[in-house]
Ligand binder design. Structure first.
Ligand SMILES: Nc1nc2c(ncn2[C@@H]2O[C@H](COP(=O)(O)OP(=O)(O)OP(=O)(O)O)[C@@H](O)[C@H]2O)c(=O)[nH]1
Length: 191
């Protein structure tokens, strides 16, 4: 039955939205889902997903419960035909690439071609750049203005954060240089 959110949106909370993670092997699909589901990252040796499995998550959007059934697929080429079979029922697809791997980004074009071929026309598609270089990362569009303000604001915030964390302190204090106070002889004091 439809529920009305605080924002006046009618939405059936009983619906489960099939959401699929796709992308090259090793881009981090399983790791992303584990992080989202369990809030942890297990570094170490990479074991490629074989087959397909799902995790259920319920999110709250404007006070509405949104049920996601998130499928983690195997990125290896030999499992591709299995993955295609799942595209048809998907309401959302998260296409991952690894920002440290150029080939995984180049291959997103082929992934999108497959998505357009096998998935529903109105599927929600999100491109995600996973992993990190230890630098701030944002994608922008000078055309649409996407993240343009955010890019400069993010840098400005980081500059402020660093200056707050690392205040410029004098390396020594004046009183460290002064001779220890001599015992007052009483001869020269002011009274
Ligand atoms: N540094 C770093 N390593 C990551 C990140 N995400 C995943 N990894 C590592 O990348 C390797 C591959 O991650 P997986 O999550 O198994 O990749 P996958 O996309 O599920 O791979 P397939 O199952 O073969 O499709 C593992 O060694 C992870 O620990 C990340 O955000 N940062």
């Amino acid at each position: 039955m439809d529920q009305i959110s605080a924002a006046g949106v009618a939405y059936n909370q009983d619906l489960t939205h099939k959401t699929i993670l796709v992308g090259d092997s090793g881009v981090g699909k399983t790791s992303l889902l584990v992080q989202f589901d369990q809030g942890k990252f297990i570094p170490g040796s990479f074991s490629a997903t074989v087959g397909i499995g799902f995790t259920n998550k319920v999110l709250t959007v404007d006070e509405l419960k949104v049920r996601l059934q998130i499928w983690d697929t195997a990125g290896q080429e030999r499992f591709r035909s299995v993955t295609h079979a799942y595209y048809r029922d998907a309401q959302a697809l998260l296409l991952l690439y690894d920002i440290t791997s150029r080939s995984s980004f180049d291959n997103t074009r082929a992934w999108l071609t497959e998505i357009h071929e096998y998935a529903q026309d109105d599927v929600v598609i999100m491109l995600l750049g996973n992993k990190e270089y230890g630098v701030i990362f944002l994608e922008t569009s000078a055309k649409t203005g996407l993240n343009v303000d955010e890019a400069f604001m993010t840098v400005a915030k980081e500059l402020v954060r660093r200056s707050v964390q690392l205040p410029i302190e004098p390396r020594f204090h004046l009183h460290d240089l002064m001779e220890p106070e001599k015992e007052s002889s009483g001869c020269c004091g002011f009274s």
